[in-house]
Design a protein around this ligand. Structure first.
Ligand code: NAP
Length: 190
């Protein structure tokens, strides 16, 4: 069965792009392309990708107008965006049919939410986000595009260093369930 992963890089204070949609803070960091939780190893198990319109526009700008993915890709937008030459579909609204179409197209491989954070949040809202992999860059930005603007409980599954980055893989447990109790004294220690 396909699993759905939000794989991204983030600043320490939880932004995946700065206020100007720049990733300059990310690209000046050092990493080992063969190191822990690396992109190529992750990408090898992916059969379909999805992203919001800002990320789509950033990818096209970054690639000089060329669409870089061979895989079936879904772009979420309410606008008429310029089309690129690739296996692309534009969709809007409810994420669940998008997930169904992606799963069918992926042929048993996994699904990648490229970004942004609210798109990953929409999958989580529908109970369709299984896993989050983050590369945490040693920088704070003070503002920008949020990593994942939802309240979710996660379980840490894997933790490693890749040169400048702290890398972590989490499974998604579900929405945070609030209790009124203030009695605990901090994180569990057992
Ligand atoms: N650090 C990293 O590794 C990394 C990874 C990915 C992206 N990024 C960057 O992070 C930034 C993310 O930008 P962002 O937070 O604005 O997020 P985004 O998801 O890229 O774009 C959000 C936009 O997508 C459209 N959209 C989202 N869900 C939709 C739905 N269900 N139906 C219809 N339209 C929908 C909406 O715009 P419209 O309806 O107006 O089109 C929404 O404003 C970008 O600059 C991107 O390049 C960084």
């Amino acid at each position: 069965m396909s699993i759905t992963t939000y794989y991204t890089a983030t600043s320490l204070d939880g932004f995946i792009a700065d206020e100007k949609h720049s990733l300059e803070w990310l690209f000046r960091q050092d990493h080992d392309g063969d190191g822990p939780l690396n992109h190529d190893g992750f990408f090898a198990r992916i059969g379909a990708v999805v992203m919001g319109s800002s990320t789509y526009e950033w990818v096209l700008r970054h690639e000089g107008g060329r669409w870089p993915y061979q895989l079936p890709a879904w772009v979420l937008t309410t606008r008429g965006l310029p089309e690129a030459d690739g296996d692309l579909r534009f969709a809007q609204g409810d994420i669940r049919p998008v997930h169904g179409e992606m799963t069918a197209a992926a042929g048993g491989k996994d699904l990648w939410i490229v970004g942004g954070g609210d798109v990953a949040g929409q999958f989580a809202d529908a109970g369709l986000l299984d896993e989050i992999v983050v590369y945490v860059a040693p920088v704070t930005l003070g503002g920008g595009a949020p990593l994942l603007p939802r309240e979710l409980d996660l379980q840490l599954e894997e933790l490693a260093r890749n040169r400048d980055f702290a890398c972590a893989r989490y499974s998604v447990v579900g929405p945070v369930e609030h209790t009124d109790s203030m009695s605990h004294g901090g994180p569990r220690s057992q």
